[in-house]
Ligand binder design. Structure first.
Ligand code: SAM
Length: 236
């Protein structure tokens, strides 16, 4: 079963959003497993899990000995999963990263708090530093929920209609086109007539053209890659 092992000092923050909707239902049905490891259960000298930073500075730093004791409680299989430390200075994950992780047996995550964690934890346990954006949160718990949710929704039989995943932004190289529902006219704004036509071929063409236009406008970086791929395919 796909599993997420999460080291945190706030296990009560979970399952949070992981407990609702299709992800929560899949958790209940044991299609995936959430294993929370409370770092506060592994204190070192005089019941501490953190200490002041060497060289001075604000905040507290998670002790490497605490993480070592907690990590030892995992089975060898759990220890060998992809290991991530959430950190603002890390590389930002993409949909492709989530897809790769969802095709393995799971993920092991360390959520930082306060000033962060002792560098030797990252080096010794070869943790991959991952960010969810160029901003600073209080801790890694929200980041962990975001990445786990993104992975679990890609597991087989979690999202009922797998077509809805295939059409998502980032699944291919284009962003998703605009979507509409009833009523056909809202405050003078009407749904594009082609979407009301029932003509599947014209609808697909319209959606593709819209995805291309939106990607070009909103994400020139993705658009460049898309054009490059189209040119390469045309050559082959
Ligand atoms: N001193 C750290 C720095 O400047 O890089 C920030 C520490 S932050 C207050 C505490 C923890 O929140 C981090 O160790 C990390 O686990 C988490 N965190 C904060 N922002 C994040 C982000 N953008 N992506 C992932 N994790 C983040």
């Amino acid at each position: 079963m796909w599993q997420a092992n999460v080291f945190t000092i706030f296990p009560m923050a979970f399952p949070g959003t992981l407990g609702v909707s299709l992800i929560g239902k899949a958790l209940e049905q044991q299609r995936w497993r959430l294993n929370l490891i409370d770092l506060k259960q592994f204190p070192v000298k005089s019941d501490r899990i953190d200490d002041k930073p060497y060289g001075g500075g604000a905040g507290m730093v998670l002790s490497p000995e605490v993480f070592a004791k907690a990590f030892d409680t995992l089975t060898p299989e759990q220890q060998n999963l992809r290991r991530i430390y959430f950190s603002p200075r890390g590389r930002q994950f993409t949909q492709q990263d989530l897809k790769n992780i969802s095709e393995t047996n799971g993920i092991t995550i360390l959520c930082g708090r306060y000033e962060g964690v002792d560098q030797r934890i990252i080096d010794y346990y070869q943790l991959e530093e991952v960010s969810i954006g160029d901003f600073v949160l209080m801790g890694g718990e929200v980041a962990a929920m975001a990445i786990i949710e993104g992975c679990v929704r890609l597991l087989p039989q979690v999202v009922g209609n797998s077509e809805s995943i295939a059409d998502d932004s980032f699944q291919g190289q284009l962003l998703e086109s605009d979507i509409y529902t009833q009523p056909a006219c809202f405050r003078g704004m009407t749904v594009p007539s082609v979407l009301q036509s029932g003509h599947h071929e014209r609808i697909s063409r319209f959606r593709l053209e819209q995805s291309q236009m939106l990607t070009r406008k909103l994400r020139p970086d993705l658009w460049g890659k898309y054009v490059e791929k189209q040119l390469r395919q045309a050559k082959d």
